[in-house]
Design a protein around this ligand. Structure first.
Ligand code: ATP
Ligand code: MG
Length: 361
């Protein structure tokens, strides 16, 4: 995954955040955030609006100073170093290109600031514009380009001085869905090609899951879980992560002597790895929840009825109401002509033990 590298030494670009804290007045924007990012890793900070993602990234970039805590770049403490001396490439949501400069001049700017020789500037600008597929548009001005093209200029400008780390704050936020998905792929490809560490801020879970080696989920200034995308989805660490990342059925349960009981006292399929008795929540993704009409009336699964059925193109979504009053959602891909239950049908809802996560909070 970190194979090809141009320019940057593979061993550089590690970032470590130690207990970062940032308050604005009485409000805590970032609360004891610690995170270790390996050289060449693509990590996303994912969270709802106001969860502290931008503030965290600004402390890495040097545009904000933490009240306490430290930022390390390859074991060097850069907490109080001014931004221009950190040599980190930064790309913001409102990519401010200089309107009076051509694409090539925009991209050359960071090199001119660093007093790089003219021939070297030209060579580097050409190379980086080719990397983002804009070689043919070098003499255009920003207003003569689409949003996606302008965004690629901003990426080229951040790459041109060959920083070991790129910091991206919702760089695709202003673009429409199709273009976002396209550029998402391009950034990912670029990441593989240039092998740089990337810290990517987004509130879009699909984007984070699709692009990242690991995702750090933030909520109210804190990191709630840092995991690879699959792990995050399959094994959410808490109720916030379970609900924020993907759709989920949350079923109130009771744990007793290693068994999970539903509201009506029925045994539910789940291995309760929390070693505790008492109230808990069982999480099952809609695609893991099966509704079986033939099992209705048997002791298998949770008994109830289908109360809603919606065709979504690729999938059908079923609303299920258990006899004990639980509302659950089941998602079935429309890949076979197999008959599906109808509204009103009696069913048993079930899931595999390994597809259920039990959370005690
Ligand atoms: N300069 C500031 N002055 C006062 N409060 C601030 C300032 N910057 C951020 N905040 C507050 O800190 C908290 C975290 O803000 P931050 O911008 O880091 O969130 P975010 O996760 O990036 O959100 P979004 O997804 O909306 O960009 C918010 O409650 C915000 O209002
Ligand atoms: Mg933000």
């Amino acid at each position: 995954m970190r194979a090809k590298v141009s320019g940057t030494d593979l061993k550089t670009g590690g970032i470590a955040l130690h207990n970062l804290q940032k308050r604005y007045g009485s409000a805590t924007a970032v609360d004891d955030v610690s995170l270790s990012v390996s050289p060449g890793e693509f990590i996303s900070l994912l969270g709802p609006s106001g969860s502290g993602k931008t503030t965290t990234l600004m402390m890495v970039a040097g545009f904000e100073l933490p009240d306490s805590g430290r930022v390390l770049l390859d074991d060097r403490d850069i907490t109080r170093l001014p931004p221009h001396r950190r040599e980190l490439g930064v790309i913001f949501q409102n990519y401010a290109l200089f309107p009076h400069m051509t694409v090539a001049e925009n991209v050359a700017y960071p090199l001119r600031m660093r007093r790089v020789a003219k021939a070297e500037v030209e060579a580097r600008v050409r190379r980086v514009l080719d990397q983002v597929h804009l070689g043919a548009l070098a003499s255009r001005r920003p207003h003569q380009m689409s949003g996606g093209q302008q965004q690629r200029v901003a990426i080229a400008r951040a790459l041109v001085f060959d920083p070991p780390v790129l910091l991206l704050d919702e760089p695709l936020g202003a673009l429409d869905k199709k273009l976002r998905e396209h550029l998402r792929g391009e950034i990912k490809t670029l990441h593989k090609e240039v092998g740089k560490t990337m810290i990517y801020v987004t509130h879009d879970q699909d984007e984070a899951l699709a692009m990242s080696d690991r995702v750090a989920v933030m909520h109210e200034g804190r990191i709630r879980q840092v995991s690879a995308p699959q792990e995050l989805y399959r094994r959410p660490a808490d109720l916030f992560v379970a609900s924020f990342v993907g759709e989920v059925n949350l079923i109130p349960v009771k744990l007793k002597s290693g068994v999970v009981y539903g509201g009506a006292g029925e045994k539910l399929p789940a291995a309760p790895w929390p070693d505790a008795d008492g109230d808990a929540t069982l999480c099952v993704r809609p695609e893991h929840l099966h509704l079986d009409p033939s099992a209705a009336g048997s002791s298998h699964g949770v008994p109830g009825h289908v109360v809603g059925r919606t065709f979504m193109g690729d999938a059908t979504i079923f609303e299920f109401r258990s006899d004990s009053g639980l509302r659950l959602t089941s998602k079935v891909l429309n890949i076979s002509a197999e008959s599906m239950p109808d509204v009103g049908d009696a069913c048993a809802a079930s899931w595999a033990v390994s597809d259920a996560t039990v959370l005690t909070e």
